[in-house]
Design a protein around this ligand. Structure first.
Ligand code: COA
Length: 158
C-alpha cells in the first residue's frame, strides 16, 4: 500500500494538545502551553502542523522579524520520523521566506543533537558560532546555525 501523503496546515487551537504531546516526546525541557499559545497569537510567527491523514505528526514554529526568520521549534513524533515530515515543514518555511523576501534563517540546536544537525545540514545550514551554556535541563551548549535564503533560492534548491 502506498504511504499516506504528508500535508501541512496552519496550526490551530485545536491542534495544541497534540502539539504539546509531541513536544514532550521530543525534548527534555519542553515548552509550556503558554509559550505555544503566545506564538499562535503572534502575527509575526509562523505556526504549522504536519499531518498524515487527520493525525498531527509534527509541527514547526518560526519567528519572522525584519526579513530574518528564526526557527524556534521543529519536531516530529518519533513514530513518524524519516518519512519526510520534517522536510515538508521546513520546505513550507522556505517557501514562505521566498514569497516574503526573507534573507536569512537562524536556529539554535543542542550540540549533541546529531540527528537534527544532519537534518539542517541537508538543507544547507552552516554553523555560525557556539552559545556556551545556552540550554538547561540538561545544561548544554548551543550551535547557532544559519542559512542564506537568497543564495538558496538563486541555486534553485528544492
Ligand atoms: C529533526 C527532525 C525534525 C527531522 O524530522 P524527520 O521528519 O524525521 O526528517 P525527514 O524525514 O524529513 O528527513 C529529511 C532528511 O534529513 C536528514 N535527516 C533527518 N533525520 C536525520 C537523522 N536522525 N540522522 C541523519 N540524517 C537525518 C536525512 O538526510 C533525511 O533524508 P533521508 O531520510 O532521505 O535520508 C526530527 O528528527 C525530530 O523531531 N527530532 C527531535 C526534535 C528536534 O531535535 N528538533 C530540532 C530542535 S533544534
Amino acid at each position: 500500500m502506498p504511504e499516506e501523503e504528508v500535508t501541512v496546515d496552519p496550526m490551530t487551537l485545536n491542534d495544541l494538545m497534540r502539539v504539546i504531546e509531541i513536544e514532550r516526546m521530543c525534548f527534555p525541557d519542553p515548552w509550556p502551553f503558554s509559550a505555544f499559545l503566545s506564538d499562535l497569537e503572534n502575527e509575526n510567527t509562523i505556526t504549522l502542523v504536519a499531518k498524515i491523514g487527520k493525525k498531527v505528526v509534527g509541527f514547526t514554529i518560526c519567528h519572522v522579524v525584519a526579513g530574518e526568520m528564526h526557527l524556534m521549534n521543529i519536531a516530529v513524533d518519533p513514530d513518524f520520523r524519516r518519512k519526510k515530515v520534517g522536510h515538508k515543514l521546513i520546505e513550507h518555511l522556505f517557501y514562505y521566506g521566498e514569497q516574503h523576501g526573507c534573507r536569512i534563517m537562524y536556529l539554535d540546536v543542542r550540540k549533541s543533537n546529531s540527528g537534527a544537525i544532519s537534518f539542517y545540514n541537508k538543507y544547507g545550514f552552516e554553523i555560525l558560532y557556539e552559545r556556551k551554556g545556552y540550554y538547561r535541563k540538561p545544561p548544554e551548549d548551543a550551535l547557532v546555525m544559519v542559512l542564506d535564503l537568497s543564495e538558496r533560492s538563486k541555486r534553485g534548491v528544492v
